[in-house]
Write a protein that binds this ligand. Sequence first.
Ligand code: ADP
Ligand code: TRP
Length: 330
Amino acid sequence: MKISLTGIKPTGNIHIGNYFGAIKPALALTEKFFGVYFVADLHALNSNPTPKELQQLIYAVAATWIAFGLDTEKAIFFRQSDIHEIPELTSILSAVTPKGLMNRAHAYKAVLDKNAESGRDPDDGVNMGLYTYPILMAADILLYNSDVVPVGMDQRQHVEIARDIAENLNRIYGKTLKLPEGLIAEDVQSIPGIDGRKMSKSYNNTLPVFVPEKELRKQVMRIVTDSTPPEEPKNPETCNLFQIYKFFGTAERVEEVRQLYLNGGLAYGALKQELFENMLKAFQPARERFNYLMENKSEIDQILTQGAEKARELGRPVLARVRKAVGIDK
Ligand code: ADP
Ligand code: TRP
């Protein structure tokens, strides 16, 4: 079975955009691939979070994936920093990575551009973790002989860089590493936020999945709508409440609501309440499981530890092959 690998950075509160855009499609892949999933905590270090913050986020992101049904028996799920082979491979890969390749990486370039705009030193605020981010990511991908890497558009370049690095090593030392393919889900829709822009934690416009009911309801009620009165016809396609509702209503009910928009008779407040109830219902099992895990973090630790053992087993022969190829085996 081919290996699909994806890393998840421990960032903020998971929202429905993350769920429909990333988590759900990634979990569906376990039907066709052997799934390898991990919490990319070493990558998160580049932004220097406080240790407490990072700890909490690592648990939250791990609990999220388990709560949404990642089968930790069938797939491998672990924490990146538990795999000591990763820094070792990163170090070897650095020796076959041209500096120019890093100069072209878009996360680094974005910082350069911003600095240029504001007249600061080009490398202001750039640490080496950010600069060499793609090498660490290449190690993640190449260590387990991954075949495909499901990522969003923003990570496509990083997968191509991983491929370039593998090609370099193979060219210099003979065929050693498998070349990975990016699996870019072009059809994944962008979920609008409560203000109509793309839902994103950077815009503070999200509907988070795992917050207390009261907080979730408050957020749903804050979804921005226009001031058309209930009896007047409205356009469902330009209404972000409807665009969000579509993900939570049955096909039949969504059609009914669409007709209410078109013909008049739809009250935004009532639809928001219905959306809130549907969201709670849809996420109830995941929310319960998430809360349970966050109260029982030792269970998360246990799952991640077992996962790390399996991941290291998968990665060890690949690293041994690389060490041999470059001449540092014993
Ligand atoms: P955010 O934009 O909230 O910071 P991230 O950049 O951490 O989210 O994204 C994590 C994953 O969730 C990525 O794969 C991304 O493509 C997906 N994602 C984030 N926001 C949305 C959205 N509004 N619609 C669809 N997918 C999304
Ligand atoms: N860089 C990815 C992100 O920011 C996370 C990541 C780290 C990753 N290592 C990976 C994704 C390996 C896919 C494969 O989202």
